[in-house]
Ligand binder design. Structure first.
Ligand SMILES: *Cc1c(COP(=O)(O)O)cnc(C)c1O
Length: 374
């Protein structure tokens, strides 16, 4: 057997024994937050399309128009000939929503973080990041070559202690955190982090992947907001929002923007239409959090801070078992296991969308109770 096959096979066997093997599950998404899986209709509580905009008629029409006008693909990097006219409107809309001077769009949220962090930071610099930061922030920090330390989750005192210890040995300093944490659904104390950053002459980068469109925009002293257009905006792509100078610098230096093909026109059209709907429809934007809070009240869980509610179960098998039980009852929830979350904290990551009906949320909570999982 070729050595590469032996290597891969052994790795898979080991993950299987640890209940950590990941598999791609084929499903047919439907228009109403349900999916067809193995011929059965399931209500999905595992979708980041928090506002249901990926199916909104205006979003679909904008995608179609853009494609007909400008083609299926962009054909080149934005630096070359890929900067089709739809980008300007998208970037203006983003800057308006985030209350910043300017914005620039990347191929995905992952590419945005890699590009932003490596453009700003280098070997003589210091990066401090929340322990629960998303993989792409961590990869960006590592790739930048800066000294990188993590502080305990949302722990200002720990972040302060690291600043006290390391700040003076470095030139620039970046603090990275998330507005809403993707696996826990809790929020970072941004105003306090902003003050701390100010005290130590550090910059603050906040990942808003799960806040956009679900929590109201805030003006706190964040130097760079980044996020994705693939969740509440229902399309695809990543972005940075900051001052004009910072954005102009990113455009000229972020390698993931310069050396990667621009987004397809349809995607840019769709994202712009979705953001405009977000700006117009406050009630739609408020709905995911309202449903998450209703669910938490029903199960006596701590009050939801976002559209994400973790139901922590402990061992990997328990999370797999709960997901299996719920599937039999007609619900789709993906179990989240280490290394995505810490060992002993395998969980169901439940997400709420404006498209869910209250009866569906109630039935889902009842099923969790009936299975003895809460
Ligand atoms: C999903 C996510 C990203 C990555 O965004 P993509 O557009 O999917 O690449 C970045 N940060 C956080 C916190 C996320 O949840």
């Amino acid at each position: 057997m070729p050595a590469i096959n032996r290597f891969a096979g052994q790795k898979i066997d080991m993950l299987e024994t640890q209940h950590r093997r990941r598999k791609l599950v084929s499903i047919m998404p439907q228009a109403d937050m349900t999916v067809m899986k193995d011929g059965k209709r399931l209500i999905s509580f595992s979708n980041n399309d928090y506002l249901g905009l990926s199916r909104h008629p205006r979003v679909l029409a904008a995608a179609q128009d853009a494609m007909e006008k400008y083609g299926a693909g962009a054909g080149a990097s934005r630096m070359v000939t890929g900067n089709h006219p739809l980008y300007a409107e998208l970037e203006e809309t983003l800057a308006r929503i985030k209350h910043t001077e300017a914005s620039c769009v990347f191929g995905s949220g992952y590419l945005a973080n890699i590009g932003i962090i490596t453009a700003l930071m280098g070997e003589s610099d210091l990066i401090l990041g929340d322990k629960l930061s998303h993989a792409c922030m961590i990869d960006g920090a590592k790739l930048s070559g800066a000294s990188f330390h993590r502080f305990a989750h949302n722990d200002l005192a720990h972040c302060g202690a690291l600043l006290e210890k390391y700040r003076s040995k470095h030139q620039k300093c970046l603090i990275m955190t998330e507005r809403v944490f993707s696996m826990d659904g809790d929020c970072a104390p941004l105003a306090a982090f902003s003050t701390l950053a100010g005290e130590y002459d550090a910059w603050l980068l906040v990942d808003d992947a799960h806040g956009l469109g679900v929590l109201p925009s805030v003006k706190t002293g964040v130097d760079i907001w980044m996020g994705t257009l693939s969740k509440s905006a229902g399309a695809y792509g990543g972005y940075a929002c900051a001052t004009r100078d910072v954005v102009d610098y990113l455009i000229t230096s972020a390698r993931t923007l310069i050396y990667s093909t621009a987004l397809p026109p349809s995607v840019v059209g769709a994202a712009t239409a979705a953001l405009q709907l977000m700006e117009q429809d406050r009630e739609l934007c408020a709905r995911p959090l309202k449903l998450a809070r209703m669910f938490c009240r029903m199960l006596k869980l701590p009050q939801a801070q976002s559209s994400i509610v973790p139901v922590i179960l402990g061992r990997e098998e328990k999370a797999l078992q709960a997901a299996q039980w719920l599937e039999e009852k007609g619900f789709l929830v993906i179990p989240i296991r280490p290394p995505t979350v810490r060992v002993g904290a395998a969980r169901l990551r439940v997400t709420f969308s404006a498209l869910h009906k209250e009866e569906q949320v109630r039935a889902f909570a009842e099923a969790l109770k009936a299975g003895g999982f809460v």
